[in-house]
Design a protein around this ligand. Structure first.
Ligand SMILES: [Zn+2]
Ligand SMILES: [Zn+2]
Length: 299
């Protein structure tokens, strides 16, 4: 199984258009220790032909152009066989509406995520211009689905929240946010992806033994935005457990048996983005890598 990190930033990307935090200023100035990043998405394949997107970011069009494996091979074509959504956040779903050019799409999502997208949403009609433009395949946490011959997907409930635009109207459900475990049946190797997780403790057992883990690296600390004067929300209010500290995800995974651990979905404010920063050195000492756009992962 092969995966390509299409985008490794959290919502807003890096740099973020309206942000002049130290990281955003430094990356705009062309610093060698920081790399710009697009918003969170990963492409996976078992056979090198059929690809599946994990989330559809607002940057999906340029992510596809930057990835030769995802280019069409005929006048109207795409090797993208399906799109798996882990929650309804705009940074994970807006890209769907950008893939509206009369290409049949298969979308895998839980019922809660699907309803949040499709119900009462006038823009969704752009994906309903002809019969069969979008086919929804229902994901149920804990139940495996075959994505393609030799590639199965096991979604699992991960602590999360409703997307911001549904917080006033929707009812929270355990299906609002899932993590994914992809398994290559030929090799038995497994790759896990969970880029929104409000707390690592409930999912560590589930992820034990996977060959590659791409995990929520949004914030270094609980009060990162508050300390930088950028907002009043703490990491947990946004359903992202921080990386650092005793209650952080690095500590939670310390003794888990996992082949390769990679933080992705990294917010522009997070000091682990800067190569050589004390926080980056700390995650590296704990055996973690930090994803970059275009990173290739073989599981
Ligand atoms: Zn996100
Ligand atoms: Zn910033």
């Amino acid at each position: 199984m092969r995966a390509r990190v299409l985008g490794s930033a959290a919502g807003g990307g890096f740099p973020q258009w309206n942000c002049a935090c130290p990281n955003c200023v430094e990356v705009r100035a062309g610093s060698a220790r920081l790399a710009a990043r697009t918003q969170d998405s990963v492409a996976v394949t078992a056979d090198g032909e059929a690809w599946f997107l994990l989330n559809a970011s607002p940057d999906v069009l340029r992510q596809i152009e930057a990835t030769p494996e995802l280019h069409p091979r005929r006048p109207r074509d795409t090797p993208i066989r399906g799109i798996v959504l882990t929650n309804g956040d705009l940074d994970h779903t807006l890209g769907l509406f950008l893939l509206r050019e009369s290409q049949p799409l298969i979308v895998y999502a839980t019922e809660a995520v699907w309803r949040g997208l499709a119900d009462g949403n006038a823009i969704f009609r752009t994906l309903e211009r002809f019969e069969g433009q979008v086919t929804w395949k229902k994901l149920v946490p804990g139940e495996s689905t075959e994505l393609a011959p030799g590639l199965t997907l096991l979604p699992f409930a991960a602590p999360g929240k409703l997307p911001v635009h549904l917080m006033r109207t929707g009812k929270p459900s355990p299906e609002d946010n899932v993590g994914l475990i992809l398994r290559d049946s030929a090799s038995g190797r497994r790759l896990a992806y969970a880029t929104a997780c409000a707390s690592a403790a409930p999912v560590v057992g589930r992820l034990e033994g996977v060959d590659v883990l791409l995990f929520d690296g949004t914030f270094w600390s609980e009060d990162e935005l508050v300390r930088l004067g950028l907002g009043t929300s703490r990491a947990r209010d946004m359903a992202h457990a921080p990386v650092g500290g005793q209650s952080g995800t690095m500590f939670a995974f310390e003794s888990a048996r996992i082949g390769r651990k990679i933080y992705t979905h990294v917010n522009n404010t997070n000091p682990i983005l800067a190569v050589g920063s004390p926080e980056r050195r700390e995650v590296e000492r704990a055996g973690w890598e930090v994803a970059t756009d275009g990173m290739e992962v073989v599981a």
